[in-house]
Design a protein around this ligand. Structure first.
Ligand code: HPA
Length: 276
């Protein structure tokens, strides 16, 4: 078992660099999934920081650019937004995948919104549905808290009985109702990827109680809970999971669906931020 490569020094150095680039003190962290980074364009007084410039920050390998951290105000609240996130299928360990969450905490973040694109496992769902994450099943076989525990960061055995805040989920439900948006609520199964699942794996996930499946989020949320950060998670059901429809899965479909519902998704996010 390898030791956790992230130490308090790495977190402090990254946070100190970021704090030196802005006078804002972010309260809310936003981790935006594929295609949703455009929310960054809606920030006011935004400072943009290239991941490459932040000490110890990983660099995203999927989207053709390193990724950026934006700090600004959204709906009057100071936020820090990740444009580009890290996935374990890129080869990063779970601690590095979740390193930005540690840095957000060090910057003063107390609550966090995590979004992602996910496959619909629940056959009642449709591509384009938005799902508030009520809970997750970590099937990655990994955990960002493995290794010696730093008690200054959180407890050895963190409670996960309300990983996704009921308060924030209720706020999101009320906001969606006001906007006339229908939202689902369900369980997100987090897998390692990068292959999409087989039909047999999807049948297994359904038996286990999953409503949606994806390749991100769980390491970040585990780390956030360890750090005492309150979490809201929203999935965009970008496609029906493997074996449900008689068609192959593709990243193209994922991109097209998120693009189609982007304005609804961003509308919901912007309206819910003041309730954080
Ligand atoms: N499976 C896993 N991850 C995903 C999917 C899927 O069907 N769609 C978007 N991310």
């Amino acid at each position: 078992m390898s030791a956790n490569p992230i130490t308090a020094i790495h977190i402090q150095e990254a946070a100190a660099y970021i704090a030196g680039r802005t006078s804002l003190k972010p309260e809310i962290g936003l981790i935006m999934g594929s295609g949703l980074g455009v929310l960054g364009d809606h920030l006011e007084n935004a400072e943009t920081i290239d991941y490459r410039d932040i000490p110890h920050f990983p660099i995203s390998t999927v989207e053709g650019h390193a990724g950026e951290l934006l700090i600004g105000t959204l709906a009057g609240r100071p936020v820090v937004l990740m444009r580009g996130r890290f996935h374990m299928y890129e080869g990063y360990g779970p601690e590095l995948t979740a390193f930005p969450v540690r840095v957000m905490k060090a910057l003063g973040v107390g609550s966090m919104l995590v979004t992602n694109a996910a496959g619909g496992v629940n056959t009642g769902y449709e591509p384009g549905d938005l799902m508030l994450i009520s809970d997750h099943i970590n099937l990655t076989g990994k955990n960002p808290l493995i290794g010696p525990n730093d008690d200054a960061l959180g407890v050895r055995f963190p409670d996960m009985s309300e990983a996704y805040s009921k308060r924030l989920r209720n706020a999101a439900k009320e906001t969606a109702a006001k906007l006339g948006l229908t939202v689902r609520e369900g369980v997100y199964a987090g897998l390692l990827g990068p292959t999409y699942e087989t039909p047999a794996e999807i049948r297994m996930l359904r038996v286990l109680g999953a409503d949606a499946v994806g390749m991100s989020t769980v390491a970040e949320v585990i780390t956030a809970r360890h750090a005492g950060i309150e979490v809201l998670g929203i999935s965009c059901i970008s496609n029906m999971a493997s074996g449900i429809l008689d068609q192959p899965l593709s990243h193209q479909e994922v991109i097209e669906t998120t693009e189609r519902v982007k304005s609804q998704f961003l509308g919901l996010v912007k309206a819910v931020i003041p309730l954080f």
